[in-house]
Design a protein around this ligand. Sequence first.
Ligand code: IYR
Length: 223
Amino acid sequence: MSTPTAGFVPLDFAELPADEMSRRATAFHQLMRRRRTVRHFDSRPLPPDVVEQALLTAGSAPSGANRQPWHFVVVTDADKKAAIREAAEKEEQEFYRRRASREWLEALAPLGTDENKPFLTTAPVLIAIFLRRFNVDTDGKRLKNYYTAESVGIATGMLIAALHQAGVATLTHTPSPMRFLNRLLDRPAHERAFLLLVAGFPSPDAEVPDIGKYPLEELATFA
Ligand code: IYR
């Protein structure tokens, strides 16, 4: 695990004219507001370099003490995806039939989700995102990580944005519990599965729920 040690270098920062700042902020919002969680995927593969560049973007995220407490497993193998689907659907059956409260199921009703997760085998890429509670250095010594959930959450958001702007649809899938991902993907016990990001092209007939986002007045307060 290489983390930069001492030393400082000049910041690489180019200030933009105000009108250019506004233009870019608006253009980025217009791009990002079209991002939707997609549940119907085509099986066409993604260009590997698109996924790799998006992962590097995610890896550039800020993190507590720059410990970069994440690991991404990119799954494209059909057998592995089938095993993940089988295990996820087993947990999801429990969730939808027993574990979820009535209130939770009512909250999910408008999204139309259920225990069947065909996208886990139809989508070309599954990215299992793991949170590392601590790092292990070369001589096996544990190095504590900080603000791990915040850090991995930020990296995941950047990954979703990077994929979206490259023309890749995603789905944030949260089978619960996700312990089976450690077993199937051979990750050590000190890593906790954080989220399973499904990525690919939407199927031509893909539909999304007709839901909205808060307008600025509700979204934010300016104090
Ligand atoms: N993990 C389940 C249930 C689920 C929960 C929430 I909160 C969602 O926004 C969507 C689904 C599933 O993936 O179906």
